[in-house]
Design a protein around this ligand. Structure first.
Ligand code: CIZ
Ligand code: SF4
Length: 311
């Protein structure tokens, strides 16, 4: 495997040779973000995957995101640098689990966060992401109960925002759940000029304390546009790379987590992808995301409903 600048060049050469596009999530390692053709959050990446005419999509994110790309654009080859790039939210929910919920609450609509696998999507009535969830939940018929899966923190936040009562699946993100209120309160006391901003996957006390709560792209816009010069950022630390580019003169502090030996809030799954693995997956066109056609069509229905409501 080539190294350093040669590795970057080799990836660029493969991109041309294979007519490939590299899509990367904001939580990816900086080197991957820098080489991507398109950088975005899960909704932006899903749109980019749907709309590309490249022959191959090298998806630098976690498995459920690459799978969503395949669901939306099945004739393209979708490769993921490391298939072990999972997600605690996706792992904590299943199609089987949602079928049981539906039996228990037959009249309910199931709104599911995009952080889930294809089987789970296939059992859902509508998919949401953190950037469109509020609009979508508000648009659901008032006379039907709503089951929200799998993130209970985002679910609670949406209940407050929309005033809709929802039955919550008991799932959470291991990264956003690791923030320590006690340590963040200390950070705020030491930085009285800083604003606390948080992703809604964080736990309720952190969200209650935050000056601004928003999706990945909303947090980026906020840091860029807001008058403050200092921010404590309660979301996956990878986002600081793009935040620094957009607001180079502002001070950005990652919010502190419980584990004092590790002052970081990195998603271990997202960081499984490396430039070396990206090179290899493009060269060998492996590991490739495949999906049973019947399942794909079933999972596509609630995704398309979401796309329709969040144009
Ligand atoms: O996986 C995640 O934690 C997030 C926030 C994805 C996204 O871009 O919405
Ligand atoms: Fe999943 Fe959390 Fe990692 Fe996002 S940050 S991929 S929700 S484990």
């Amino acid at each position: 495997i080539p190294q350093g600048e040669e590795l970057i060049q080799a990836i660029k050469d493969l991109k041309k040779e294979k007519n490939a596009i590299i899509l990367a999530h904001y939580y990816q390692p900086p080197g991957i973000q820098d080489i991507a053709d398109y950088l975005g959050d899960s909704l932006q990446l899903a749109r980019a995957a749907r709309d590309t005419d490249a022959d191959m999509i090298a998806f630098c994110g976690v498995h459920f995101m690459a799978e969503a790309a395949k669901i939306l654009n099945p004739t393209k080859k979708v490769v993921l640098p490391d298939t072990q790039a999972g997600c605690s939210l996706a792992d904590g929910c299943s199609g089987e689990g949602l079928r049981e919920m539906r039996k228990k609450y037959p009249n309910a609509l199931i709104a599911t966060y995009i952080n889930c696998n294809a089987e789970t999507k296939a059992e859902s009535d509508i998919i949401v992401t953190s950037s469109n969830a509020e609009t979508i939940i508000k648009s659901l018929p008032e006379d039907r109960p709503i089951i929200f899966a799998p993130d209970k923190n985002l679910g609670r936040f949406l209940m407050k925002k929309t005033g809709r009562d929802m039955i919550l699946w008991d799932g959470s993100c291991i990264v956003h759940e690791a923030f320590s209120m006690e340590r963040i309160a200390k950070q705020l006391a030491e930085n009285p000029d800083a604003k606390l901003i948080a992703h809604p996957e964080s736990e309720t006390p952190v969200l209650d304390l935050a000056d601004f709560v928003g999706s990945t792209s909303a947090l980026l816009n906020f840091v860029e546009k807001d008058d403050s010069q200092k921010f404590i950022v309660a979301t996956e630390e990878g986002i600081l790379h793009e935040m620094k580019k957009r607001a180079p003169h502002k001070t950005l502090l990652p919010a502190l987590v419980f584990d004092e030996s590790c002052n970081c809030s990195e998603c271990f799954y997202m960081k499984r992808n490396t430039l070396e693995k990206l090179y290899l997956c493009m060269k060998y066109e492996l590991p490739e995301i495949t999906i049973d056609e019947e399942l794909r069509l079933k999972a596509l229905v609630p995704i398309e409903k979401m796309m329709e409501l969040s144009k």
